[in-house]
Ligand binder design. Structure first.
Ligand code: K7E
Ligand code: CUA
Length: 655
């Protein structure tokens, strides 16, 4: 790094130090080192240079996924997933409306918590990223080539799709577990009869290795607990999946008291390979149901939604050896598996300690049939038989754990607001650092795989308060970046995040950036209304439906004058961007349209519906500043009364 830059950073940080004197709310003591110039260098990515990692942060109640660079904390993109997004027209354009179809109809929002990047042999492979929709249970798959949502599958028999979406180590499955148990199938019954009658469905969704297409292979119908989080076994425990449960009391009211009665709840260990074998041999029961499967095609630039009418369910008690319950104190939240696959960590959120189960001991106990009773026919193992160790941390409210590549684990503590670093195997606490404030998940690039990249940990905090300039009562959440290359963690940066990121997933940029798509090729455009040559632009009428096949290029629309439209028409603008250069989108906006604008990428076709309500001559324009003559990129539509007999006509420059 240039010495002048070092000098500037030194001066800057010195002023920073001075100006924060007496105004540090005890949050920036010298010991955390965050104000040292060497730390400024660690996060500084010079103009024109690129970050080392992509970080994908769940959008929480924004329903989307945001992309950041690490270490800079710069936000690159918001990828619309479950929510309508006027920035691109996602969920407004005719082509993308089907993506948000569900068995409840069009649902333009969700609550997304846990992104997970596809893996091969337990290592991140950069093909896709999956994320869950919590509220109206759905799983989405996003291409890491186009950074667009390619597929959304609804999950039937589920409610509060929270222990989702995590992938097995060759992306054989993406797994989705229900948080709320419900009647399966749904029916009208008294809520007070919950206990013993509701079920918790754990869904195993098969992923096609070529196309990424998802299909629900089977659902395991578990007892009516709450299934909170999950993680796959890996390495030696590949073939198993682990789910934390709470409310094993099966309370249906005032859960804060009634679901905290049992000293221990469970981690459910699911041998999915065994169940897969069982269903491949004809096991399981087909249940009628109804759920949406929505797929976006990158060549027709269009999505289709198909309703699927049945799902294969399995009763775990009918498959010997398929499911066991591991007692875990105390209302566990996070459920994490170390890179070796040997240790399963339960973060009892009402406990101070972490419980670590041993996979080897679990298998021994199963083999020797050392059970401590059962729950609805599912064997419960003995806590002591499977315990690998306990981390006595002294923290409060453990939530989530991630791993580095040096045999360390990092756990967040919500109540005591800190990240605690501990040694896997000896369970000793090595370091602890405060977070500002009240951390939920944390994330290490690849920290949920066989091969973590242990350079940074990102803490995702729930409370922001005084970390940034105030923006009224509503503040964005705050992420904090720690350098974890040394023995002690060092807080090096804060950056605001959008929505409420719960979990995140990050990957070295090298595994993605060279595959990133730059344009859509016009010669591959299969959209039925595509105009690949501007002389093909046309307007057709079919009753009161008018289809305008329009093209756009710097800096005009073809056509840009259209007459013969009438009040009461349904006017579809199908617009193709003829550009074939990277990063030259054009937008399209029509006065009075009850949708959003659309942003059309080079080579792409998008459609927006406009229903003219008033007679007159109405303008449209390009929304993206695309050239020096962007303001000239406009046109007019003449709208005549319903009964008028003006013929359809269209032109560009009188032609
Ligand atoms: Cu802990 Cu939804 Cu993973 Cu939030 S969850 S923190
Ligand atoms: Cu095209 Cu502005």
């Amino acid at each position: 790094m240039k010495t002048t830059f070092k000098l500037i950073m030194l001066l800057l940080s010195a002023t920073f130090l001075l100006s924060s004197c007496g105004n540090n709310n005890g949050k920036s003591s010298g010991s955390d080192g965050a104000l040292r110039s060497s730390n400024a260098e660690k996060v500084y990515v010079a103009p024109g240079e690129h970050d080392e990692f992509y970080a994908f942060m769940s959008g929480g109640y924004s329903g989307n996924l945001t992309v950041y660079g690490l270490p800079s904390g710069r936000m690159f993109k918001e990828i619309p997933v479950f929510s309508q997004f006027p920035t691109s027209g996602y969920g407004y354009s005719e082509e993308t409306v089907p993506m948000l179809n569900t068995s409840f109809g069009f649902v333009p929002w969700d609550d997304s918590h846990h992104p997970d990047i596809s893996q091969t042999n337990g290592e991140l492979d950069g093909r896709w990223i999956f994320i869950n929709g919590n509220n109206t249970p759905r799983i989405a798959r996003i291409s890491l080539k186009t950074f667009e949502t390619e597929e959304i599958i609804e999950v039937p028999n589920s409610a509060g799709n929270h222990s989702s979406s995590f992938v097995t180590e060759n992306t054989e499955y993406v797994v989705a577990g229900t948080r709320f148990s419900i009647p399966v199938p749904q029916k009208d019954m008294p809520i007070s009869e919950y206990k013993g009658n509701f079920k918790g469905a754990l869904s195993f969704i098969k992923v096609d290795q070529e196309t990424g297409r998802m299909a629900i292979k089977f659902q395991v119908l578990m007892p009516g607990f709450n299934y909170d989080l999950s993680h796959p076994g890996r390495n030696k425990s590949h073939g198993w999946f682990f789910f934390t449960t709470y409310n094993t009391e099966e309370a249906n009211s005032l859960l804060e008291v009634n679901a905290s009665q049992n000293d221990k709840d469970f981690i459910a260990a699911i041998n999915w390979k065994k169940i897969e074998e069982y269903v491949n041999n004809g096991g399981g029961k087909i249940m009628p149901t109804n759920y949406a499967h929505n797929v976006y095609d990158e060549h027709s630039h269009s999505a289709t939604s198909t309703m699927i009418k049945e799902v294969l369910t399995v009763d775990p008690t009918e498959i010997p050896g398929a499911v066991y319950l591991l007692p875990t104190p105390k209302s566990p939240h996070g459920c994490d598996v170390d890179p070796s696959g040997e240790y399963i960590i339960g973060n009892g959120k009402l406990s101070a300690d972490l419980t670590i189960h041993s996979f080897t001991k679990m298998l021994d106990a199963i083999e020797n049939k050392k059970f401590d009773g059962d729950a609805y026919g599912i064997p419960i193992l003995n806590f002591e038989d499977i315990l690998a160790g306990t981390v006595k941390s002294g923290g409060l409210g453990p939530l989530h754990t991630e791993f580095d590549d040096k045999g360390n684990a990092y756990t967040t503590f919500f109540i005591s607001s800190e990240v605690v670093k501990w040694k896997v195997g000896t369970w000793e606490v090595i370091d602890r650092k405060p977070t500002y404030y009240s951390v939920g998940h944390l994330m290490i690039p690849g920290g949920n795989s066989r091969k973590p990249f242990g350079k940074y940990v990102v803490a995702m905090n729930k409370i922001t308060k005084d970390r940034y300039l105030p923006t009224g009562p509503e503040l964005e959440h705050s992420a904090q970046l720690y350098d974890i290359t040394g023995d002690k963690m060092e807080l090096i940066y804060d950056f605001p995040t959008h929505g409420e990121p719960h979990y995140a997933a990050a990957i070295p940029a090298d595994l993605i950036k060279d595959n990133s798509q730059k344009i859509y090729r016009l010669d591959e455009n299969k959209h039925p209304y595509a105009v690949t040559n501007q002389s093909d632009a046309k307007v057709t009428r079919n009753g009161n439906e008018v289809h305008i096949s329009m093209s756009m290029i710097r800096s005009h629309f073809t056509p840009d004058n259209i007459e013969g439209i009438k009040v009461g028409d349904k006017v579809y603008f199908h617009i193709t961007n003829l550009e074939q250069d990277f990063d030259v989108p054009h937008g399209f906006a029509m006065i009075g349209a009850n949708t959003s604008e659309i942003l059309v990428m080079p080579g792409q076709t998008k459609t927006i519906l406009w229903e003219p309500k008033q007679v007159g001559v109405w303008p449209f324009y390009c929304t993206d500043f695309c050239s020096a003559l962007h303001q000239e990129m406009q046109g007019y539509i003449r709208v005549s009364p319903k009964e008028s007999n003006i013929d359809l006509s269209w032109s560009l420059d009188g032609e």
